[in-house]
Design a protein around this ligand. Structure first.
Ligand code: ZN
Ligand code: ZN
Length: 352
C-alpha cells in the first residue's frame, strides 16, 4: 500500500524511480530498522542496498525488498542497480543527501538524469494507518505516565536536570526504546526560552515549570508539554495559563480535516492575540508526529499543508515573558473528518 502510493507519486513526477536515503522514509517504506541503507523504488522493483551488518536483518524485516549487497562502496553497486531497474530519470531526496554524496553518486552513475525531489514520502507518511495510530497511542500513554510520575516526586530544590533524568529513567524503564528528543525542564525565567535545556538550577516554589517530554515506542514518537507550579503562583501565571489553555481548547475543538495548517494555527493565535500576548507566542502551533517527532504536516503561519483525516499533530500554544518564564501546554491529537480526538490524557491542572 505504501509502495503503491509512492509509485503513483513517482509516476506523477515523471520519474523512473526514486532513491530513498532519509532514515524514517526508508523504515516507513521497507520496514528496515537498521541505520544504513539506500532504497531504490521503481514501478516494478523495490531494492534495498546495505552492507554486511544488515544482510540477515533485511531478510527478516523487508520481505518485499530485494537485497543488493554492498561489499565495498555504494557507488560500486549503484550503476548496476539503476541499469537493471531501467532507470533513466532518477529522483533523489534533495533534503536528505549531502552535496558530497550527491556529487560522488552522480559521477558513478553517468547517463542517468538526477532529479531533485522534496517530501514525496513525507507526504504519504502524513496520514497514519490504523496500525500507526495504535503505535503512537502507546508512546503517548507512556509520556502521560511519566508526567504523572514526575508530579509525584518533583519538589522544591530538585534541579531541572534531576527532574529531566527522573522523566528519562521512567520512560526508559517502562518500554521506551529511547527519548524522542532531549527533555526540557525549564523553571522560572528559563521557561521564557521555548527550547530551553534542563540546567542545574534548583526548582523553586511559585515559579512556572515547563516540562516537554516524549519517547519512542516501536519506532513511533510522542510529544507532551505541561506547565505546573509548586506552591502557589503569582497573578500573572493564573491569567496567562487560562489564555494558553483557552487557545489550545479552541484549536482542538475547531481543527478538522480539510483546514490548512495555517488556519489551524490562526485559531489559537487569535485567542492569544486578543488577550494582548500575540507577540509572546513566537512559534508554530504544532507539527505532525510519527516515526519522526517533527514531520509533516506543518501547523503554523507559513504552513502550506492541508490537514487530512488520519494526521496526528501537536497543538501547543505558548506564551513566553522574558525574565519571568513561560507557559506552554501541548497535546497530540488525531485529526478526523469532523474534529479531533485528543490522544494525550495528562491532566491540565497546574497545581500538583
Ligand atoms: Zn514538545
Ligand atoms: Zn512539539
Amino acid at each position: 500500500m505504501r509502495l503503491e502510493k509512492l509509485r503513483e507519486a513517482i509516476a506523477a513526477e515523471g520519474l523512473d524511480g526514486l532513491l530513498v536515503t532519509q532514515p524514517e522514509n526508508r523504515r516507513y517504506l521497507s520496514g528496515f530498522t537498521g541505520s544504513a541503507g539506500v532504497l531504490l523504488i521503481t514501478p516494478d522493483f523495490a531494492l534495498i542496498a546495505t552492507d554486511f551488518r544488515y544482510f540477515e536483518q533485511v531478510g527478516r524485516e523487508c520481505p518485499q525488498f530485494e537485497l543488493v549487497k554492498i561489499e565495498g562502496k555504494f557507488t560500486e553497486v549503484l550503476p548496476e542497480m539503476l541499469a537493471d531497474a531501467g532507470v533513466k530519470r532518477l529522483g533523489f531526496e534533495s533534503e536528505h543527501l549531502t552535496v558530497a554524496q550527491y556529487e560522488e553518486w552522480q559521477r558513478a552513475a553517468k547517463g542517468v538524469e538526477w532529479v531533485p525531489t522534496k517530501g514525496l514520502v513525507e507526504k504519504i507518511r502524513m496520514v497514519k494507518t490504523p496500525e500507526e495510530v495504535e503505535a503512537i497511542r502507546k508512546a503517548v500513554a507512556l509520556a502521560d505516565e511519566a508526567f504523572a510520575h514526575i508530579c509525584e516526586c518533583i519538589h522544591p530544590g530538585m534541579t531541572e536536570k534531576e527532574a529531566a533524568w527522573e522523566l528519562e529513567v521512567y520512560m526508559r524503564t517502562h518500554g521506551a526504546q529511547k527519548l524522542a528528543f532531549d527533555i526540557i525542564v525549564a523553571s522560572g525565567p528559563n521557561g521564557a526560552m521555548p527550547h530551553a535545556k534542563a540546567t542545574d538550577k534548583p526548582i523553586e516554589e511559585g515559579e512556572p515549570i515547563v516540562m516537554d517530554l516524549g519517547c519512542v515506542v516501536n519506532g513511533y514518537c510522542s510529544d507532551l508539554t505541561r506547565t505546573i507550579v509548586l506552591g502557589s503562583p503569582d497573578e500573572r501565571f493564573r491569567e496567562i495559563y487560562e489564555i494558553v489553555l483557552r487557545a489550545q481548547e479552541e484549536a482542538e475543538r475547531r481543527i478538522k480535516a480539510g483546514i490548512s495548517g495555517r488556519e489551524a494555527d490562526a485559531i489559537a493565535r487569535q485567542v492569544i492575540d486578543e488577550a494582548g500576548y500575540g507577540d509572546k507566542f513566537g512559534h508554530n502551533l504544532g507539527h505532525g508526529v510519527g516515526l519522526a517527532v517533527h514531520e509533516k504536516p506543518a501547523v503554523g503561519r507559513l504552513s502550506e499543508d492541508t490537514l487530512e483525516a488520519g494526521c496526528i499533530i501537536t497543538v501547543e500554544p505558548g506564551i513566553y515573558i522574558p525574565g519571568w518564564g513561560g507557559i506552554r501546554i501541548e497535546d497530540m491529537v488525531l485529526v478526523k473528518e469532523e474534529g479531533t480526538e485528543v490522544l494525550t490524557q495528562a491532566p491540565k491542572r497546574w497545581e500538583i
